[in-house]
Design a protein around this ligand. Structure first.
Ligand code: PLP
Length: 282
């Protein structure tokens, strides 16, 4: 495996970031995860748009022109012979003597890694659907920024794993679902309305979320972007989650409550299939 680190393509085991990279000391960095399916990037432009937005919000410069970054990403994928893979892209504020305030002179650091990814396993999992747990959302107030500060997400995912579940759904203080530890969460009401939380500071605006919105509009499914409670979700007809690496994934259980009849719902299945065909055509 080959990684890109600040201008150089290096074998993974010699690819390091500097000890005073602000990503290391402050999580002063943002990232993106982009999938490569059948040799094609999925929604790359949208991911780079979101990367630019995250950087803007934190007043970090783009490390290079967007067109140059595209070359680096394509080259990293090529060097890794990425057919079915995920690219991890990280930009930190830079390498500089440790001090909380923004350094004047630091240049942003770009690192890119690539690893193989088993989409067939994801597809297989989607046939059955997944179990989830819930946990309080203890994150900060700017979850719209895709920052590498992920400890609450790490703890949430670990809790899910320890309870034999695939994802942890996070709840705000009002008992409403914000999102999963690395996914956006959806329900289909008994009236067939597709509901997902509206975009604000409390959730990451998922690229897969946006793609599923488009699919649902094409299907003329009624969409509501609004907060919804755990109780409402558990009594919904169907639930699923979305992320670049999960695609659209049916949820069949939340804590001890089965969703619907405990099998992936019919609207969910249509969306899952449509997302996969979108990937096939990418
Ligand atoms: N929400 C969080 C907290 C995430 O970390 C992610 C992705 O990793 C998502 C949602 C889904 O985003 P996307 O569909 O862009 O992968």
């Amino acid at each position: 495996r080959i990684a890109y680190v600040n201008g150089a393509y290096l074998p993974m085991d010699t690819a390091f970031i500097h000890i005073e990279d602000r990503a290391n000391q402050f999580a002063d960095a943002v990232y993106e995860v982009v999938t490569v399916y059948n040799g094609r990037f999925i929604d790359m432009d949208a991911h780079i748009d979101r990367l630019e937005r995250s950087l803007n919000e934190l007043h970090i410069q783009m490390p290079m022109a967007r067109s140059a970054m595209m070359v680096v990403l394509a080259e990293t994928a090529r060097k890794n012979r990425a057919t079915n893979a995920i690219l991890y892209i990280q930009v930190s504020r830079g390498i500089v003597k440790r001090d909380h305030a923004f350094p004047v002179a630091a240049r942003p650091c770009l690192t890119v890694t690539c690893r193989r990814f088993d989409f067939a396993a994801v597809k297989a999992r989607a046939e059955k659907g997944i179990k989830t747990i819930t946990t309080p959302d203890i994150r900060w107030g700017r979850c719209d920024i895709k920052s590498t500060s992920l400890l609450p997400n790490v703890l949430a995912k670990q809790a899910a794993k320890e309870q034999g579940a695939a994802e942890a759904i996070m709840l705000d203080e009002a008992g409403n679902i914000t999102e999963g530890s690395s996914t956006n969460v959806w329900m289909v009401t008994k009236d067939g309305v597709l509901v997902t939380r509206s975009i604000d500071d409390n959730i990451l605006p998922g690229i897969t979320r946006a793609a599923v919105m488009t699919i649902a509009r094409d299907f003329q499914i009624k969409i509501e972007e609004r907060a919804f409670s755990l109780a409402e979700a558990q009594n919904a007809a169907e639930m699923f989650l979305t992320s670049s690496t999960n695609c659209a994934m049916p949820i069949i259980m939340v804590d001890t409550k089965k969703i619907g009849d405990g099998k992936p719902g019919s609207t969910t299945k249509r969306i899952v299939d449509a997302y996969w065909s979108m990937m096939e055509k990418a």
